[in-house]
Ligand binder design. Structure first.
Ligand SMILES: CC(C)(COP(=O)(O)OP(=O)(O)OC[C@H]1O[C@@H](n2cnc3c(N)ncnc32)[C@H](O)[C@@H]1OP(=O)(O)O)[C@@H](O)C(=O)NCCC(=O)NCCS
Length: 175
């Protein structure tokens, strides 16, 4: 079962299909897709279906775990973004994070990801956390480096139909 979390300013709540109407307008802002292989969904129904797939998780027999959360501010209950992790065989986890643009620049992503990098080894026995980031995504690179991730590789990638380059970052989990 996906754990819920709590930080100083955020409730980290498992993402459900029922979050679609709340998040749909916030996920419409194209700025958040500049460096990620995603796009805004055309309707609440499409978003609901996507969240439903995420909530159900991978096909039976697939040897991985999908963890998805929505970040809600304690003071007014407003959603500020989403957080995800895919735990794969070998006790690795790939993480993803996205804040809605009005929430950028206030430290929410650092706060949520600091919780995540502590939660993954403690609850899921993850020994290495990985993240892939477009080399132009300066805000995301700064976030990973703030959290102690080290750059491990530079890899060819594709984004919105164009060839691009990603950095792979890694954080070994100690203790
Ligand atoms: C990547 C992303 C999450 C980074 O968001 P962010 O707002 O820069 O990161 P944080 O929330 O940790 O905020 C850090 C900034 O808030 C500032 N800040 C303000 N109050 C703060 C506080 N209380 N605590 C910490 N930092 C604070 C920091 O100084 C920093 O500012 P700077 O960018 O001028 O140095 C965001 O750009 C995003 O969602 N992008 C779209 C999706 C995406 O690209 N995801 C990553 C794919 S790899």
């Amino acid at each position: 079962m996906i754990s819920a979390g709590r930080t100083a300013r955020l409730a980290i709540t498992p993402l459900r299909s029922a979050h679609a109407p709340l998040l749909f307008p916030l996920l419409a802002d194209p700025r958040q897709y500049q460096y990620v292989p995603e796009a805004a969904r055309a309707s609440v129904t499409e978003l609901w279906q996507r969240f439903d797939e995420l909530e159900r998780g991978p096909a039976l027999g697939a040897n991985e775990l999908w963890l998805n959360w929505v970040l809600l501010r304690h003071d007014d209950g407003a959603p500020v973004g989403t957080l995800q992790a895919t735990v794969t065989p070998g006790d690795h986890a790939w993480i993803g994070y996205a804040l809605f643009p009005p929430a950028w620049g206030q430290g929410y992503a650092t706060e949520a990801c600091a919780w995540l990098v502590a939660e993954l080894p403690a609850r899921w026995h993850v020994t290495e956390i990985l993240a892939s980031v477009d080399t132009r995504n300066a805000k995301s690179i700064a976030l990973l480096e703030r959290l102690g991730f080290e750059r491990a590789a530079t890899e060819a990638a594709e984004l919105h139909g164009e060839p691009t380059t990603d950095f792979r970052y890694r954080l070994p989990c100690t203790g």
